[in-house]
Structure formats: C-alpha cells, structure tokens
Design a protein around this ligand. Sequence first.
Ligand code: C2E
Ligand code: CA
Ligand code: CA
Ligand code: CA
Length: 294
Amino acid sequence: AKEAGRNTSRFFCDALHAKASRQLQLENLLRKALEKNEFSLHYQPQYRMSCRNDVDRSGLMHECISNQMIGCEALLRWNNAELGNVSPAEFIPIAEATGMIESIGEWVIREVCTQVRQWQDAGVEPFRVAINLSPRQLFNPNFEVMVYRMLRESKLDPCWLEMEVTENILMLDIREATEKLNQLRNMGVKISVDDFGTGYSSLSYLKKLPIDSLKIDRSFVQDLERCPDSTAIVQAIISMAKQLKLSVIAEGVETEEQATFLAGNGCTDLQGYFFNRPLSAKAFTAYLMSSAEH
Ligand code: C2E
Ligand code: CA
Ligand code: CA
Ligand code: CA
C-alpha cells in the first residue's frame, strides 16, 4: 500500500511537472512570437437568415432560408516552428496572465484595421469585423486612444469594428467597464457580449451597460436538440435581447436543425461550422472576391 501511494504521488508529481514545463515552454516561445511574426488571423463569416414562404409546383408551402454575409469574427492563430499550431484556448490564458496579451491584442487590432482597409480598397462591400478583447486590454488606460489611432491611421469608419467582451469581464468592474465601453461606443465602435448565458451578469446590469448585441454561447446552441433546458434558455435570451433592443447572434451553429430553430425563434444572425469554418485571410479574401462576382 505504501508502495502504491508513492507511485500515485509520483504520478501526480510527474503530471504537474509536465503541465508546468509545457506552460513555461509556451510562455518562453510566446515572448518571441510577435517579433518572429508567428501570429495570423482567421476570419469566420456571420450570416443573416431571411425566411420567406414559397409555394412549389405541388402547392406545398416551403420555408426558404437565404443567407447574406453580414460580418465576421477575427480569431487569432499561433504557429510556432517547435510546437506547430497552438490553440488560442491554450495560449491566450498564458498571454493574459503574463501581460503579453496587451501587445498581442494591439497586433490583432492593427492587423484587422489593415486587412479591412485592403478589402475596402479592393472594392469589397463593407462589413463588420469582430475582435475578441481580454480584460487586461479593456482596462488598460491607453486602450481607447490606441484604438482611435489605429482607426485613423487606416482611415476606417469605426462602425466596421466590433469588440467582443465576455460577461465576466464586465462584472470584474462594472463602473470602469461601463466607462471604457462608453468611450469606444462614442467613437462609433460596436460592442457585443460574447459567450452570453455562461457568466454571471444580471438583467439589471445588462440594461445599464453600453452594449449593442448579445452572442449566445455555443454550449446552448449545441445542446438545442438534446436538452429542453437549452431550448428554454435560448428562447429566453432571444426575447430578452428584443426587449432590451439589442441585436442577437448565435455562435457554434453546426447543423441545419440548429439554424432553422434559431432563425424560426427570432435569432436570424448566425455563425458556425454549418456555414463556414474560420478561414485564413487568403481563403476568406478569395471567398469575398468570388461572392462579389455573383
Ligand atoms: P470564442 O470567442 O468563443 O470564439 C469562438 C470559438 O469557437 C473559436 O475557437 C471558433 O473557431 C470556434 N467555432 C466557431 N464555430 C464553431 C462551431 O460551429 N463549432 C465549434 N465546436 N466551434 C466553433 P478558437 O478560434 O479556437 O478560439 C477560442 C477562443 O480563444 C475564443 O473563443 C476566444 O475566447 C479566444 N480568442 C481567439 N482569438 C482571440 C484574440 O484575438 N484575442 C483574445 N483575447 N482572445 C481570442
Ligand atoms: Ca468571440
Ligand atoms: Ca464565444
Ligand atoms: Ca468562448
């Protein structure tokens, strides 16, 4: 028994050690990632469904769903020579904890502004691009000045930029967050609450916060078919958004059934693998050019 105990603690010790050394390795490589140009952005399109009823030759009513691209979300990618592709779910928390997220986040905003300027110069019909913000970025005292400068340098109308913040960021410091978001919104930038429904914000706060839209979290969308609770939660979020005059979008839509349910219940803006995976800048640009031809 004594031997077994020793083995178990050795096992946990090794596991902890492996985790810690992976963290440390990521941290060290992350420090050089910006100067080595290892980051890139992928773009995932967002669509608006419009439902209309059609009568086919046999006289049956059909609900036709057509979709128009209304925007996209920029998602950070890190490719390192040693590690290959590392998921943002793994490296963003490290970047956040070490403070590196501030310079990485600044790179993301600059990259998006530059990219949007290129699309607009190429004659692409303008659309909104959403960026994910982490708490450190939003609460940095120079943040809004930096955003303002980048928008001006790339001669972009701020209305094409959207910032996604999670509920929990807002709850960290309601007063400060409200002030920050107000500054961004006064500039003309749009604000969206990401992963909505998973955090702890209350309705009374939601009413006071300067936000434009709610993004229904993927977990609820994915449980739609299986779990009646999720159906109720999704319907409640949609009606709440309508009451508060906020727009609402669902993420993580993977099936036609999910899309039909959401659109049928009043959430017509959708994003997910059912429509498109996040695409590299090159692939997304090609997609934009080919849609413009038709
Ligand atoms: P998020 O903001 O909730 O982004 C949505 C995530 O869901 C993305 O993962 C996206 O690729 C994935 N996704 C999209 N459609 C589907 C679908 O239909 N099914 C499933 N299963 N997944 C889908 P990704 O790109 O790995 O990003 C993970 C998280 O990393 C993001 O979650 C966001 O919190 C964070 N992140 C990504 N880019 C940035 C960034 O530039 N800055 C900051 N601060 N965080 C970022
Ligand atoms: Ca997001
Ligand atoms: Ca999300
Ligand atoms: Ca998320």
